[in-house]
Design a protein around this ligand. Structure first.
Ligand code: PEP
Ligand code: MG
Length: 568
């Protein structure tokens, strides 16, 4: 019997518990002939490439009913920049098709992998996946072939891989797979998304795991408690089965009660909404019992497109979101720049992109893009309950200018006779120190505030949120950040408006009580966290939570904050 070992892991991609047999996933290596060609072969290689693209598009289109991930692949395969890179390699560098594809994919994926934004970094995996598919086609190999060992075992399988692409994942026999662990990848990658949608546990970024696990080792994945247990003994197995049963019972209960509104012990209603990046997220939020969408990130629509999305394209998406969820949906206007790039719009390199041209600053300086965006939101608002939220506001004039453009859009739509929401609510994100300081003034000119703690923390503490060298200093529990949050809530309430929070801090269980004590009206969190945050709220007494929040007033050290949190 091999020795039992427990590995503690923080990078949970999908929460759950499973026990099974390890299956090491080794991707077959492609051994295509890569060579330099003579000029008379160029046309032939270009034709092979176009043929391979057509085949790949047909393949992914047939997979798109199994996962939305593949719907986006067809666009990526035909991406203008990728095509240009490959064709240039063939025409000017005289590379054969295989070599040209391999080099272009490497250039493209290296560029994405070097980006600060985690979402864009994850897209490097997609590009490599597409490269693998194109090379397989060029070699005449069947990329659809099922993973062989998946058919041989009757035990649930825990897949252990260096990295998994959506194409690898989709061809696995899902009825046998109980969980994933990968050495690479991040929690916003598509493997993580697929694992969440399958409702199975997954860890990503567990370096060295492939050296520790043999092909048929017994493995327990407990991503609720952040543990991978290799070769568990009988006692551990028994203990785990009990743990799993209790967790499953709790999930059933949470989901059941998640649909009901959350009231504190003393009867105060607190809304728990969800964050979304696409229509599927909105539908998922409805299933988890979210009280609405507190943040719909529109930038993903722009980032996944090949051009600035047209008014009709955007209208279709926002309208579908509005009609699929009969609750308030907060559409945040375009928040690009900083670490979020657009594949079709070159941003001038900046020394400090987070202090540069981003979010509302871009919208106000590219007014036709902003107007297209606002018109689509206004029109979709007619079909449901949408509200508009401007990101990265620092000055009153920005709000005025944005609202003037909004009024122009309303006037145009009225003149065109198109239906739209005339009374759409408008709020701002409070995520800059300037907005905190002016919060009392802003509160009289907007319908709601939403606190963006992800940016607020980086700006208050002067700590770049994506810089690993200072990651240890990024701390939303810092007294200065907590006092800013409290100040914003009081400012909003003094003007009679609701204050929500859509940054990641809203989902931090340790903060729930303090935030309720500060008077936060709305928490907006990942859909899967909605039931649990609601449950926490139900166990909080406002009177006691208020007392904890009041203690913050005289607190200026981390030790003091830690004590308040520990006591609460
Ligand atoms: C925030 O800054 O807290 C926020 C929700 O916005 P983003 O993370 O998209 O910048
Ligand atoms: Mg932000």
């Amino acid at each position: 019997m091999k020795k039992m070992s427990i590995i503690k892991v923080n990078t949970v991609a999908s929460r759950g518990m499973a026990m099974g047999q390890a299956m090491i996933f080794d991707k077959p290596q492609l051994t295509a002939s890569r060579k330099i060609i003579s000029p008379d072969k160029v046309e032939g290689e270009l034709a092979r490439y176009r043929q391979a693209v057509d085949t790949a598009v047909a393949q992914v289109s047939s997979l798109s009913n199994q996962s939305d991930v593949f719907a986006a692949y067809a666009d990526l395969i035909q991406d203008y920049a990728l095509t240009e890179l490959v064709e240039n390699n063939i025409k000017n560098e005289l590379q054969n098709c295989e070599l040209a594809v391999e080099n272009a994919i490497r250039t493209f994926s290296d560029m994405l992998a070097a980006m600060d934004d985690e979402y864009m970094r994850e897209r490097a995996v997609d590009i490599r996946d597409i490269g693998y598919r194109l090379l397989s086609i060029l070699q005449g190999r069947d990329v659809h072939a099922p993973v062989s060992c998946a058919g041989e075992s009757d035990k649930p399988l825990i897949i252990i891989a260096d990295d998994l692409s959506p194409s690898d994942t989709i061809k696995m026999d899902k009825s046998k797979i109980a969980g994933f662990v990968t050495q690479r990848g991040g929690i916003t990658g598509h493997v993580a998304i697929i694992a969440r949608s399958m409702g199975i546990p997954a860890f990503v970024g567990v370096s060295g795991i492939m050296d520790l696990v043999a092909d048929d080792s017994s493995v327990i994945l407990d991503s609720v408690n952040g543990e991978i247990i290799l070769n568990p003994d009988e006692v551990m197995r028994e203990e785990f089965l009990g743990r799993k049963l209790r967790w499953e019972e709790k999930q059933k209960l949470l989901l059941h009660y998640g649909k009901k509104p959350a009231f504190t012990i003393d009867g105060k209603p607190v809304k728990v909404l969800a964050n979304a990046g696409c229509v599927e997220d909105v539908k998922c939020a409805a299933e988890y019992g979210a009280d609405g969408i507190g943040l719909f990130r529109t930038e993903f629509l722009y980032m996944n497109s090949k051009h600035f999305p047209t008014e009709e394209e955007q209208f279709a998406v926002y309208k579908e979101a509005a009609v699929s969820f009969n609750k308030e949906i907060t559409i945040r206007t375009l928040d690009i720049g900083g670490d979020k790039a657009l594949p079709y719009f070159p941003f001038e390199p900046e020394e400090n992109p987070f202090l540069g041209w981003r979010a509302i600053r871009i919208s106000l300086s590219m007014q036709s893009v902003f107007k297209t965006h606002l018109r689509a939101i206004l029109r979709a608002g007619f079909f449901g309950k949408l509200r508009i939220m401007y990101p990265m506001i620092t000055g009153y004039e920005e709000l005025v200018q944005a609202n003037e453009i909004l009024e122009e859009c309303k006037a145009e739509l009225a003149a065109e006779g198109k239906p739209f929401d005339r009374d759409i609510q408008v709020g701002i994100m409070i995520e800059t120190p300037a907005a905190v300081i002016l919060a009392h003034d802003f509160a009289h000119h907007v319908n709601f505030f939403s606190i963006g703690t992800n940016d607020l923390t980086q700006y208050i503490l002067a700590v770049d949120r994506g810089n690993r060298n200072v990651a240890g200093l990024y701390n939303t529990f810092h007294p200065a950040v907590l006092k800013s949050i409290h100040h914003i809530i009081k400012a909003g309430h003094s003007a009679g408006i609701e204050v929500g929070m859509c940054g990641e801090f809203a989902a931090d269980f340790e903060a729930t009580r303090l935030l309720v004590g500060m008077g936060l009206d709305e928490f907006s969190v990942a859909a899967a966290s909605v039931p649990e945050i609601k449950q926490r709220i139900r166990n909080i007494s406002v009177a006691e939570a208020n007392a904890s929040a009041a203690e913050l007033r005289d607190c200026y050290t981390q030790k003091c904050v830690d004590k308040i949190i520990a006591d609460s």
